[in-house]
Design a protein around this ligand. Structure first.
Ligand code: ZN
Length: 632
């Protein structure tokens, strides 16, 4: 395991070698030594990409991106001075490869596409003649690229124009760019994108139109070095609306008003986060609200968060998702996990920061409600997890990182940081977090580097925390005994109401739920016995019309209970929910719950046959596994 000191020594020697061999024009990014990454074939220690210039034509009829990627490359300190460049790819068609010493005159070079692995894709090996500083790959993507989704007009809100968007995390950038697809190989990038002239293209970069100007030829530039999984593009019938001096929202015209209302507090959130954790370093912060098949809640693409429309609850009750994606501008995008086994550094910090932002903007009671729900969902999920998946510093050897992602890096990571805050005091902890971001800005780091920094800059001065405590949190399964227990007074009152109703002291319509927030509803529903029975659900439904509720979080919880209790009145709604929403957090557990009985499994298969063509490849991969779909 690399300590900070060892990292520094290796880093210095790489630096000296590079400085001597290629001069200042081709500096490596300011990265520590590279950690072994089991999810990339690339060889950045020998030859490393530092910038990528993309030139794409977006072909909706072929569901293909076609064009070139031109990589600036620098040799590292490998003893093999003739080492080729090795890139990650998945399902790419490679037409030719060229190299150049000056970036202007390119000559063909030999390349070889290796055998494809199910999880990793195929390595692309490109010969580099001496003096080659630029590599250009001519290629096109597959219609089934795992990182792209192509939507037919019927799958959009407007129903008239097609839509395309990317999702590169964890290892899907390689399905639309030949790239060294490891989060520690940070790159700057630029892009020229040609689209049908009536559509707008946006990217995680500078250059997004704030006037919704069309034309079909767009240019973008990301000048800060980012991990490959943050390169993102979307093309569709998009409109822009400003939310504040550096914030705004893109979405389809029919959703712009609802979106702008729901996201009105975004500028306030940026200001609150800056006050807590230091300057926002990316220029603008815009959001893109996608069609409902987006597989995640949100994706923290820099300068342009991608978000699911399921956060549009009409009452701003689900905007903690915005707080989360915004927090990634510090934890994740600025300081990045070096490999996917360090993913908790991204998500644990971000979940912790998210709740601090919620507290700053909406008050401590709301933070405590969300933290309570977070801890409960973690405890429930851990009942079904193997020990190895309850470890923050998780071992993902031989596994697809998408399947290794559970609530553990998020909620257990956040609890660990809250434990540190409560133990050393908020003032000291906040100073530590701020300095941590400053010290590692625009770097990708490992768990070992973090623990080492923590030891020197927090633990050494605070005898109440020991490195043994830290190791228990980071390297062991389960929750330590000293894990913080969030408490919410509002939830205590909800529980009283639930108990009174269960004891028949009050009727369902006597439950005082009129002013409940989404969080209170979720707490109420998850506090009820799992085998409550269809009759009791019918009582609640008559009083609160829960089967028809538009709030996606409450609807999801309700549908889970309906499946468990054979509440047939919700069957139609379940099918409608599963065929219109592709967010994996909702879709996966619902199918899992259905498969627990033979009748449910049959219903799941019937619904999935209809829903599958509309789902994102990432969601399809998950549900295929649950329903053993490939064997059909
Ligand atoms: Zn996140």
């Amino acid at each position: 395991m690399a300590t900070r000191l060892k990292n520094l020594t290796v880093f210095l020697s790489i630096w000296l070698l590079i400085g001597a061999s290629v001069g200042s024009a081709q500096k490596m990014n300011n990265a520590p030594a590279l950690a072994p990454d089991v999810h990339s074939y690339s060889n950045p220690q020998a030859v490393r990409a530092t910038d990528i210039a993309l030139d794409w034509t977006v072909l909706f009829d072929k569901k293909t991106l076609q064009g070139t990627a031109t990589l600036s490359v620098a040799r590292g300190n490998s003893s093999d001075k003739n080492a080729p460049l090795i890139l990650d790819t998945r399902d790419l068609t490679i037409e030719k490869a060229e190299t150049s010493g000056d970036g202007k005159n390119f000559k063909a070079t030999a390349f070889k596409l290796g055998a494809a692995d199910k999880i990793l894709g195929a390595p692309l090996t490109i010969e580099l003649p001496s003096g080659a500083r630029f590599v250009r790959v001519y290629y096109s993507t597959s219609p089934n690229a795992s990182g792209l989704q192509w939507l037919a007009p019927e799958q959009t809100a407007g129903k008239k124009q097609p839509f395309m968007f990317s999702q590169a995390q964890a290892i899907h950038a390689r399905s639309f760019i030949p790239i060294q697809d490891s989060p520690q190989v940070r790159v700057t990038y630029s892009a020229r994108v040609r689209t049908p002239s009536n559509l707008l293209a946006v990217m995680s970069a500078e250059g997004n139109s704030q006037t919704s100007r069309r034309g079909g030829d767009y240019t973008f530039k990301m000048t800060r070095a980012i991990p490959p999984y943050l390169i993102a593009i979307a093309v569709g019938d998009l409109q822009f609306q400003s939310l504040g001096k550096r914030t705004g929202v893109y979405t389809e015209p029919s959703m712009i008003e609802r979106s702008a209302f729901e996201l009105a507090d975004t500028e306030k959130m940026v200001e609150a986060t800056e006050k807590l954790f230091g300057e926002y370093r990316w220029g603008r912060y815009d959001l893109l609200v996608l069609p409902p098949s987006f597989p995640f809640g949100g994706m923290e693409n820099p300068m342009l968060t991608f978000a699911t429309p399921t956060i549009l609850a009409g009452d701003k009750s689900l905007v903690s998702l915005v707080a989360h994606e915004l927090a990634h501008s510090w934890s994740g995008n600025l300081v990045t996990n070096a490999t996917w086994r360090d993913f908790w550094l991204n998500e644990g910090f971000t979940t912790y920061l998210e709740r601090r932002i919620i507290e700053a903007v909406y008050g401590a009671p709301r933070r405590e409600m969300e933290a309570t729900l977070g801890r409960r969902s973690l405890e429930q999920e851990m009942l079904g997890l193997e020990d190895r998946d309850e470890i923050l510093h998780v071992n993902l050897d031989g596994r697809d990182p998408d399947e290794g992602f559970t609530g553990v890096p998020y909620e257990k990571g956040a609890l660990f940081l809250r434990y540190l805050e409560e133990t050393v005091g908020r003032e000291k902890f906040d100073r530590f977090v701020r300095n941590y971001f400053d010290a590692h800005a625009f770097q990708s780091i490992t768990t070992e580097t973090f623990v080492d920094y923590l030891q020197k800059n927090l633990i050494a001065q605070n005898p109440k925390v020991s490195i043994a405590n830290v190791n228990e949190w980071v390297e062991k399964a389960g929750l330590p005994k000293n894990a913080p227990q969030p408490k919410s007074d509002a939830f205590a009152q909800v529980e009283t109401q639930a108990n009174n109703w269960l004891k028949n002291d009050i009727t369902a319509s006597g439950i005082r739920a009129k002013d409940w927030t989404t969080q209170e509803w979720l707490h109420f529903l998850t506090k009820l016995p799992t085998d409550i029975g269809a009759d009791r659900l019918a009582e609640l439904d008559r009083a609160f019309n829960l089967t028809k509720i538009g709030n996606s979080e409450i609807a999801f919880q309700w549908l889970m209970m309906s499946i468990r209790n054979n509440y047939a009145a919700a069957n139609t709604r379940l099918e409608e929910f599963l065929t219109s929403i592709g967010r994996r957090k909702f879709v996966r557990p619902l199918y899992e719950e259905l498969t627990k009985t033979p009748e449910g499994a049959a219903r799941a298969a019937a619904i999935y046959a209809k829903a599958r063509p509309g789902y994102h490849p990432i969601t399809v991969a998950s549900v295929d596994t649950i329903l053993k779909w490939e064997k059909r």
